[in-house]
Write a protein that binds this ligand. Structure first.
Ligand code: NYM
Length: 261
């Protein structure tokens, strides 16, 4: 039935200050969901493996200098580049360009656990004093092609693709809104006491205090705040509960929506 075909994976984002435990808890959520036989994938931003990601990484390591606006746009570009998939097979090429990689995964039933997303982009850049609306702008907008036909396949296959594309509902425009944002709440002073802090740009107490204020502005009813100072197992338990609830809602066909639309 109709309802069943709308079943999809959930887009779940973890946010919080540096050293709030996002990466560890993301890993734990992945094994938890895999243990329950869900199809699940771990994503993170910045993705340092791409060309843009390497520029970001070098900036964060203080090995290069960039204008605050320019680095903000690079972080955003790093999310947008996930729309593009290079595939040698023409059929996949056509199908995947129609939808972003992210939307495709979700619609195929895979839940994505994303370690930082657009909220980090806005929180960290606006903490430097950039206008918050300006920071949000590159995360919305850009029009996706409705259809890209790469004519290197037999005509019968093209026909089936066109039929498929016509059946696809609204084309995606901006970046997708997460189904759940998990905010791992930790006072900046406590985060600073945790190991490995201070190595990268931004990992300074005074700056992280500003980031907290920016996160507070972005916070809305769809966010779940978890006390990141609790023992690891307690944080883990609380996350499991809300995540399972969200995954179940998405399986039942909760529609996807656009970020800040
Ligand atoms: N960061 C991360 C930003 O400033 N903007 C962004 O859009 C994103 C995704 O990068 N201090 C900052 C937050 C972190 C730093 O992140 C590196 P991580 O999770 O430590 O790799």
């Amino acid at each position: 039935n109709n309802h069943k075909s709308d079943s999809r994976g959930a887009l779940i984002v973890l946010e919080g200050l540096d050293r709030s435990g996002k990466t560890l808890q993301s890993r734990k959520l992945i094994s938890y969901l895999e243990g329950l036989s869900y199809s699940v994938e771990s994503w993170r931003f910045p993705d340092r493996n791409t060309g843009v990601g390497q520029m970001i990484s070098s900036y964060l390591a203080n090995k290069s200098e960039l204008d605050d606006h320019a680095i903000h746009l690079l972080f955003s570009a790093n999310r947008w580049e996930k729309r593009f998939v290079s595939m040698s097979h023409a059929l996949c090429y056509v199908l995947l360009l129609q939808r972003s990689l992210m939307e495709n995964k979700l619609r195929c039933g895979t839940t994505l656990i994303v370690d930082r997303y657009s909220f980090s982009g806005v929180a960290f850049s606006s903490a430097k004093g950039l206008d918050i609306e300006w920071c949000k702008a590159p995360e919305m907008g850009l029009l996706a092609p409705d259809l890209v036909l790469y004519l290197d396949i037999p005509p019968e296959v093209i026909c089936s693709i066109i039929k498929f594309v016509v059946e696809v509902k609204a084309p995606e425009m901006g970046l997708l809104a997460p189904d759940l944002v998990l905010y791992l709440d930790i006072p900046p002073e406590k985060a600073a006491e945790r190991g490995g802090y201070g190595g990268e740009r931004y990992e300074q107490l005074e700056f992280q205090r500003k980031v907290v204020r920016s996160y507070q502005i972005l916070h809305d009813a769809s966010w779940k705040t978890i006390d990141a100072c609790l023992p690891i197992e307690d944080v883990e338990k609380q996350l499991q509960e809300v995540v399972l609830d969200c995954v179940t809602t998405c399986q039942k066909g909760k529609p996807l929506s656009q970020l800040w639309s």
